[in-house]
Every structure is written in structure tokens, then in C-alpha cells.
Design a binder for this molecule. Structure first.
Ligand SMILES: [Zn+2]
Length: 509
């Protein structure tokens, strides 16, 4: 297999130092990969767009140092030059590039200023990275044709042609040609060709297509793309974003399927993607899995490779990985394998209202699902061989405990015992102090998300706010007792007994 790559998702708030990156690159080289992908979005300091990145992102200097220190590894930049532009356009300078105001993830391909920016970002990447492959993005551009200018382009497409395919292809073709003219090879994600196959005809034939299929093998799709004359890289995923930690059997199967199908369809290689180690993920807990993937790509599909990878570290690490990766999902409920982002992680941390985790998951987490999960998580915390693994287990325990403290508070509140409810919420509040400490340790240890530290702080502040509200209004001081769901809600307003902020949701952003 010519290309054996894995892709590191910097965009989900990772903030590695050069020494973190060295650890990651040493792992990559040691595991036998030929390429490492850096998925950048707004986490790279593009020299021509100093407004577009935040603190502690990867810099051109870091990349040049790593190129020098790891000359045997191809460092492939993954830009995103249409879809997934949200990191850029949620800034004041970048908001002009959005396809729709405060909606979605896509920039506007009919905006000449955006096209100019995309070209400059690409030139930056071409000058900083020396890899043969330059990945220019292109996935999940679901807003094609939404703005008036783009809608006109789509509507004016000749009868019988796919206007969105034209819009998409005509945006990317000059960018791909620019990569070719620089003596390099353009690559794009292949998902948009599912719905808009005619867009492929617009791309230069030497464009490398990254066919990502995280819940099946890529055999049919990759074969179809190959038949159209394109080279393909098959892309499985280590499934972290849809798990408390990782869905281990499904990840291993996905990587094995891709390694097998890549060989059978004559693909150029495999790129193992990892996504979203924000929301309390820790990249160093994936290292043994990434080593196992390196072996699968070199030696072929191997059942049990992942747990063996953890076992090579120590018997405790293997047991920990089996508990978190295999046993936890068997508890069902929010821990079961699914294709969406973990509902529990979103509700606890992403949406700025941790009481959502209680609202949606109290029944399961206060019942059998929670009891089984706590047993597994506590065993995992006991065998955890290091800080990283212990913290993942503690995150899980804290999550279940938070929901249980809140449920206990809700029951006391219902009985009219506001004081006891407050004492339970004081314990729920402590959970976010502990999680904040874990987030800080993950950031220091392996460049984890800075936003997670803030999420924990803001969640704790919200619990504090709710404690104050219950003291002030929880015993009928308003003349009525607001429902627990209302008094814990970020939008709660005293005396707005009817919650008109709910009735008039149409007025919200
Ligand atoms: Zn547009």
C-alpha cells in the first residue's frame, strides 16, 4: 500500500506545543505510517490571514522544524476551502465569507473575496508544506446554492445539468489546478460526489479522492470512483466523537474493512481519520490504537489488533481499553454505539446547559444503565495505567454522578425542600471543578482543548447561578414555584411565569 496515513484533527480545538507534536510524529514514524495528515481549518497560522486563527495553534515554524526532524514522513496539510469554514467565518473579520448569516458550515463560492482568500490560504500551504499531496477539503458542502448569488448560478445551469455540481466543481477546479501547477497533487474528500457525480468531470483527472465511510466498507464507492479514472485513498475512522471515549470494536472493524477493500479495489492507500478530541478527548489514549492501525495497513486486516495494541503497553492498559472501548457500549442508552456525536458529551458540555444531560438522560443514568456504567468506569479508573486513562474514566464517572446529583436535587425540589436541593447541587457543582482540572491536565499533557477548560468553568458557573435562583425563588418567593426544568434553564426570568422566551422561540437566532 503506497499511502499509509493517519489524520490528526487539530481543528477541534487542539493546541499542541512543538514537543507534543514531536511525540505524535514519533508515534507516527514508529507505527510505520508513510504520511501524517494535519487537519487544519483555523488551527494553523496562515501567514496571509493573521485574523483567522486563535492562540496556540500550529505555526509555519513548527511545521518547518518537524519537516527537518522527520524527513521520512510526508506531512500533508488538510485545508478546507469551502465547507467546514466555520472556524474562520465565526470571527468578525471572517463573517463576510459565510454562505448564510450565522448558519451552517459553508463559505460562499460566488464571493470573489472568499475565492481570493481560499487562493491565498492555498498558497500559504504550498509554501510551508513540501508534501506531494495537498488536500483542499470539499466535504459536507450542504449549503450549495443557498445565497442569492449562488442560487442564480444554480438556476442558470443548462437544462438537464446539475447546477450545484457546476458551482462546486468550478470553485475547486482552479484551486486543484493551482496545486498541480506548483508540481504537487491535489486531494479532496469524495462525499459530495455521491449526490453530485457530474462534479467529478470538472476536476483534473489526477485529483486524489479521499473516500470516507465510517460505518461500512468503501468497496462499492471506491470502485465506482476508480472506474471514473481517479485514484482513491480509503478513509476509515477511529470512532471517538460518537463515544464517551472510543467505540473500539467498530473502529477496528472499520479500519480492517478499509485495509481489505483498499487492496481489493486497487486504491492508493488508506488514511485513518481521527475526529474531535475536543469535549474531553485525549489524543494520547489513542496512540496504541493508532499503532495497531499502522500494523493493519502494513500487514493486512487483523482481528483483535486494537486490544493487542493496548496489551503491548501493559495488561492494565489492555483491560482499561476493553472496559472503556468494549464493555461500556454494552450498557446501552447513551453509551451504545451510534453514528451521531455523543449525546451525553454534547448535553453536558457543548450546549452551555449541563442540566440538559439530566433532562434527557436521568432515567437511564439513574437506573440500570448508569449502575452498570459506573461499575465499568470505576473498574477502569482502578486499572488505569496513567493520568490520561484515569482521567477518561473519571470523566465518565463524573458525568453519571452529575446526573444523579441533579436528579436527587430535582426530587427534593419537588417535595418543597429547597435547602436539600441546594446541597445536592453543591455536589453537582464540584463535578465541574474536577472536570476543569482534567481538561487542564489534558491540555498540558498532549495539547488538548482550551475550550474544554472554559466549558467546565461556564458549566460550574451555571450550576452556581441555579443554586442562587433556588435560594431566591425555590420556596415560592415569587408567589409560584418555577418548574425545576425552568429554574435550571439558562433563559429563566423571574416573574415570567409563562416562559415566553419559549413561546417566542421564532425570535431567536
Ligand atoms: Zn453563495
Amino acid at each position: 500500500m503506497e499511502i499509509r496515513m493517519w489524520m490528526y484533527d487539530l481543528a477541534r480545538e487542539q493546541a499542541p506545543t512543538l514537543s507534543h507534536l514531536r511525540r505524535i510524529f514519533q508515534l507516527t514514524r514508529g507505527a510505520g505510517y508513510t504520511h501524517i495528515g494535519l487537519y487544519l481549518e483555523h488551527r494553523f497560522a496562515y501567514p496571509s490571514a493573521p485574523w483567522a486563527h486563535g492562540a496556540r495553534c500550529v505555526t509555519p515554524e513548527m511545521v518547518r522544524t518537524l519537516r527537518h526532524e522527520f524527513p521520512d514522513l510526508q506531512i500533508v496539510p488538510f485545508l478546507n476551502l469551502l465547507g467546514h469554514f466555520e472556524g474562520m467565518f465565526q470571527t468578525e473579520r471572517g463573517k463576510r465569507f459565510a454562505e448564510e448569516r450565522m448558519k451552517g458550515l459553508q463559505a460562499c463560492p460566488s464571493n470573489p473575496e472568499f475565492v481570493d482568500l481560499a487562493t491565498r490560504l492555498l498558497d500559504d500551504a504550498l509554501s510551508v508544506f513540501d508534501s506531494e499531496i495537498i488536500h483542499i477539503g470539499g466535504d459536507e458542502t450542504y449549503q450549495l446554492g443557498r445565497c442569492p448569488r449562488c442560487a442564480e448560478v444554480v438556476a442558470s445551469a443548462p437544462e438537464g445539468t446539475d447546477g450545484k455540481a457546476l458551482l462546486y466543481g468550478n470553485h475547486f477546479r482552479p484551486l486543484a489546478e493551482r496545486v498541480l501547477n506548483a508540481g504537487r497533487r491535489p486531494a479532496v474528500w469524495a462525499d459530495m460526489f455521491d449526490d453530485h457525480p457530474s462534479a467529478l468531470e470538472i476536476f483534473p483527472p489526477s485529483t486524489l479522492l479521499f473516500d470516507w465511510r465510517y460505518f461500512s466498507g468503501p468497496k462499492e464507492t471506491s470502485a465506482r470512483l476508480r472506474q471514473k479514472g481517479f485514484d482513491v485513498v480509503c478513509c476509515p475512522a477511529i470512532q471517538t466523537y460518537n463515544a464517551l471515549w472510543m467505540h473500539l470494536p467498530q473502529s477496528e472493524r472499520n479500519v480492517n474493512d478499509h485495509a481489505r477493500d483498499a487492496a481489493e479495489t486497487g486504491a492508493q492507500g488508506v488514511c485513518v481519520t481521527t475526529w474531535e478530541c475536543g469535549l474531553m478527548g485525549a489524543y494520547d489514549t489513542l496512540f496504541p490504537a493508532l499503532r495497531a492501525c499502522g500494523r493493519i495497513l502494513r500487514e493486512g486486516p487483523t482481528e483483535g489488533a486494537f486490544l493487542d495494541g493496548y496489551g503491548e503497553e501493559s495488561a492494565d492498559y489492555r483491560e482499561w481499553a476493553e472496559l472503556l472501548g468494549c464493555r461500556l457500549q454494552e450498557c446501552g442508552g447513551t453509551f451504545a454505539h451510534g453514528t451521531r456525536r455523543s449525546s451525553l458529551k454534547c448535553r453536558l458540555l457543548l450546549l452551555r446547559n449541563p442540566f440538559l444531560a439530566w433532562f434527557f438522560h436521568a432515567d437511564e443514568l439513574c437506573g440500570e444503565v448508569g449502575t452498570k456504567a459506573l461499575d465499568i468506569l470505576e473498574r477502569a479508573a482502578n486499572v488505569a495505567p496513567n493520568e490520561a486513562t484515569r482521567n477518561v474514566a473519571l470523566f465518565g464517572i463524573s458525568t453519571v454522578e452529575f446526573v444523579r446529583f441533579v436528579e436527587s436535587a430535582a426530587q427534593s425540589y419537588a417535595k418543597g425542600d429547597a435547602n436539600f436541593a441546594v446541597s445536592r447541587l453543591a455536589m453537582a457543582r464540584q463535578v465541574f471543578d474536577d472536570l476543569g482540572q482534567i481538561a487542564r491536565e489534558t491540555h498540558e499533557r498532549i495539547g488538548g482543548s482550551l475550550a474544554d477548560i472554559e466549558r467546565c468553568r461556564l458549566s460550574r458557573e451555571h450550576v452556581d447561578r441555579v443554586i442562587r435562583r433556588i435560594r431566591q425563588y425555590g420556596s415560592g418567593q415569587l408567589g409560584y414555584v418555577p418548574a425545576f426544568e425552568v429554574i435550571t434553564h439558562p433563559e429563566f426570568v423571574p416573574h415570567d411565569q409563562a416562559c415566553w422566551w419559549r413561546v417566542n422561540q421564532w425570535a431567536e437566532l
